[in-house]
Design a protein around this ligand. Structure first.
Ligand code: SF4
Ligand code: SF4
Ligand code: SF4
Length: 316
């Protein structure tokens, strides 16, 4: 993974120096280990801040919305699919973008690593190819990356970018996954009461900080429905009904658009797996519409497609 860092810096420098882009969007080291942050680089002398490793898991597409300048951006599988969705939804123009594609080998789950070291303070994490080294004040432990992948990366079917102007590195093999939706099927098999109890329990620790919304490139409404006060669609407290309303509505707003990038889940301060909502909608999108978000610019998403000859009565 780290081997791509130098190439990214080189390409960013060339693109900025030649004036092909005004800004280059990538990742730089975060203020805490395993949380690289998005970086917007405008000067060639700043390109050494850019890097690529096991912790580039926030979604860079979030920083494209309504920009007007020429933009260079790095894109792995999921980020590239959100770029496609952004173009389809008129949030950015294809001709504004220079996309540097990166084959992705998955990101490390920072919470799983914290659990593995017994929640001790982690001071640094170093990649070592297939392994990584976790360092604390008085400990050092080695782990294998494959056993610490983020859950969305374990079931990912699109590691390679679906849209790019140039690729850095050879595409990785996509491979066949046994059943990417076993978790959703387990919930589908529950009774209504059990499903309700499952989701009530899932969100019971939610503090309504909206980090999940803010990290998601799909949530670009100028005013989110939860922040409206005239009319007020949903209460502002952490009352369970209001909290559930937020999660259900946000999930529906992502229907047919979510790429399962995992950014929402990664930033949640209390570790809620809110992808359980969107994954059900992703599965239904595949089952009923043969649709996976962001794979092509040639087709409109199912929820903004109107057909006068639709076989469902409600359309008439
Ligand atoms: S979901 Fe796929 S493309 Fe996205 S970070 Fe994980 S492995 Fe990479
Ligand atoms: S809902 Fe979560 S997983 Fe889906 S696109 Fe948004 S941030 Fe990514
Ligand atoms: S990030 Fe977590 S705590 Fe914050 S609103 Fe989302 S689910 Fe709730």
């Amino acid at each position: 993974m780290e081997r791509y860092t130098e190439k990214i810096r080189e390409r960013a420098r060339d693109l900025l120096e030649s004036g092909k882009v005004d800004v280059f969007i990538g990742y730089s080291k975060g203020s805490v280990p395993m949380m690289n942050r998005p970086a917007l680089i405008r000067e060639p002398r700043e390109v050494n801040k850019l890097l690529w490793d096991n912790h580039c898991a926030l979604n860079l597409c979030n920083y494209l919305t309504k920009r007007t300048e020429k933009i260079g951006i790095i894109a792995n599988g999921c980020n590239s699919r959100n770029i496609v969705t952004h173009i389809l939804e008129n949030q950015i123009k294809r001709e504004q973008l220079y996309i540097v594609g990166i084959p992705c080998e998955g990101m490390v789950d920072h919470r799983a690593v914290a659990r593995a070291v017994g929640q001790r303070d982690i001071l640094a994490v170093e990649g070592l190819g297939e392994e990584f080294l976790v360092k604390g004040k008085d400990f050092e432990e080695r782990f294998t990356k494959q056993t610490f992948l983020q859950r969305n990366c374990v079931t990912c079917r699109h590691h390679n970018p679906v849209i790019y102007d140039e690729m850095i590195g050879e595409p990785v093999e996509e491979g066949e996954l046994p059943n990417g939706y076993a978790d959703v099927e387990a919930i589908e098999g529950m009774s209504s009461d059990k499903k309700w109890a499952f989701f009530a329990q899932l969100i019971s620790r939610c503090i309504r900080c909206y980090a999940c919304r803010n990290a998601c490139p799909l949530c670009y409404c100028p005013t989110c429905f939860v922040d409206e006060s005239k009319p007020q669609w949903v209460g502002k407290s952490s009352d369970p009904t209001d909290t559930m309303t937020f999660h259900l509505l946000r999930a529906y707003h992502c229907a047919g658009r979510c790429t399962d990038c995992g950014a929402c889940e990664r930033v949640c301060p209390v570790g809620i797996s809110m992808r359980q909502f969107t994954r059900k909608l992703n599965k239904d999108g595949e089952t009923f519409f043969s649709w996976e978000a962001g794979l092509t610019l040639e087709k409109r998403p199912p929820l903004d497609t109107y057909r006068p000859d639709d076989y469902n009565d409600f359309i008439k």
